[in-house]
Design a protein around this ligand. Structure first.
Ligand code: FAD
Length: 135
């Protein structure tokens, strides 16, 4: 089925303070790309389609009351794994290696990384600099 959102999370499962007692919270991610799927409206335009789809898939029931809705826009978010990624990444990383610049994190490694992966990537980059300095 074709849904407007790509990923959902449920912040109330992480902390009770994300919503009032007896309520739940749903965060929906809707992805865009200037190259493949440009964003044509404003962030708020996507709230109703998301709610509609949450009802369609049964996560919101007709009787459920929505107390708060909000949309925010993150211009730089997930890395897109397109057909050019591998070749372009090899070019950029190859050049940075050549001139001795370390890279790390989601945009340095240009990967699908979670927070912990990004942290470890930063540690690896820092360690590599320390190793080189002490050799
Ligand atoms: C939609 C979405 C959902 C996600 N969900 C999860 C999740 O559920 N769990 C999870 O673990 N991870 C999640 N992540 C991944 C996580 O947010 C990233 O992997 C992590 O934040 C990457 O850390 P980073 O330090 O590499 O980059 P960032 O957190 O992006 O930090 C880079 C920083 O550099 C700053 N910066 C950029 N350019 C410059 C400049 N020229 N000069 C100075 N500063 C600059 C930026 O402002 C930013 O503060 C999600 C990411 C996205 C986009």
């Amino acid at each position: 089925m074709d849904y407007s959102f790509t990923r959902l999370s449920f912040p109330h499962n992480l902390s009770k303070s994300t919503c009032p007692p007896g309520c739940g919270a749903i965060q929906a991610e809707v992805y865009f790309s200037k190259k493949y799927k440009p964003m044509t409206g404003k962030p708020d335009d996507y709230i109703e389609p998301v709610i509609h789809d949450l009802r369609r898939c049964g996560l919101i029931k007709d009787a459920d009351e929505i107390l708060f809705r909000n949309a925010t826009f993150a211009e730089y978010a997930n890395v897109i794994f397109d057909l050019e990624r591998a070749e372009n990444l090899a070019t950029v990383h190859g050049y940075l290696d050549e001139i001795g610049i370390r890279y790390c994190g989601r945009y340095g490694d240009w990967g699908y990384m979670w927070t912990d992966d990004s942290f470890k990537s930063g540690e690896r980059a820092a360690q590599s600099i320390l190793d080189e300095a002490s050799s």
